[in-house]
Design a protein around this ligand. Structure first.
Ligand code: ZN
Length: 123
């Protein structure tokens, strides 16, 4: 039992390291490919835990994951180089919440994802 638990912890750590060091969103299979002894299913389980604890986000574009925090409101992703940046933009979120209130829609979570071209790629 103890050994099993430690193994799970090691996998968690490995997946987390990949995510933290990645400048681009990464998919579960990509992560599994980087970790020789870890299966994609294991990676998925870890990612699900990270997402539910707010430490990572699943992005809609490309079914990939990025590291995040509770302060992360938005992510911008460059469609040319694939690099991403996490943004805090509470005023935008507040605006959307007001919009939802106006329609009597109770938003549980708002997360913005923007696809575009970064400064480097725009040249
Ligand atoms: Zn770029």
């Amino acid at each position: 039992m103890e050994v099993k638990r430690r193994k799970a912890f090691v996998v968690d750590e490995q997946v987390w390291k990949v995510l933290v060091n990645s400048t681009q969103p990464v998919g579960a299979y990509q992560i599994a490919n980087m970790l020789p002894k870890v299966s994609a299913t294991q990676v998925y389980r870890v990612l699900e835990r990270l997402v539910s604890s707010g430490k990572a986000r699943r992005i809609a574009a490309g079914n990939a994951f990025v590291v995040a925090s509770s302060k992360t409101d938005a992510i911008v992703i460059c469609r040319k180089c694939g690099e991403f940046e996490l943004l805090e933009c509470p005023e935008a979120i507040e605006g959307l919440e007001r919009h939802c209130d106006g329609r009597s829609f109770q938003a549980k979570q708002i997360f913005l994802e923007m696809i575009g071209t970064c400064r480097d790629c725009r040249g």
